[in-house]
Design a protein around this ligand. Sequence first.
Ligand code: ADP
Ligand code: MG
Length: 139
Amino acid sequence: MNITTHSQEETADVGRKLAPRLTAGSVLLLIGDLGAGKTALVRGLAEGLGVAPEEVSSPTFTLMQEYRGGRVPLIHVDLYRLNNAREIEELGLEELGLNAVLAIEWAEKLPRPVPDAIEIRIAHGDGDERRLTMTPWSA
Ligand code: ADP
Ligand code: MG
């Protein structure tokens, strides 16, 4: 599925609309350059799950952040600063993700494919345009 957005809010909306379809164990792989809008999408996702949007910061500086205020816990991970497979393994994402929705920025760094994950690629267009490509999922 392809969606073009023209503002941060529109990208957040994609996350908001996705939220009702997610349950504990859902994994969202976010792939796109710096400034693509990955965090914006997660902010919308958090809001859709019932977490206060102002709680969602950029986890680039925190690596991993958990939000418990919503319908299901949300774990927001940013792999930008991790440089090798071992560091990523040590996060223990597989286990953490069992009871939460897992949203992973820079997911292309994951050492192994994640079965049944939803993959969203975000590419820069002109100006504020972003092109989102989402793998189809059945839920
Ligand atoms: P990432 O997490 O991918 O590095 P962020 O979501 O933190 O990106 O930042 C995206 C930046 O791009 C924000 O400054 C936002 O205002 C800007 N922006 C402009 N247009 C869009 C759009 N269509 N979707 C998302 N962000 C956009
Ligand atoms: Mg980000």
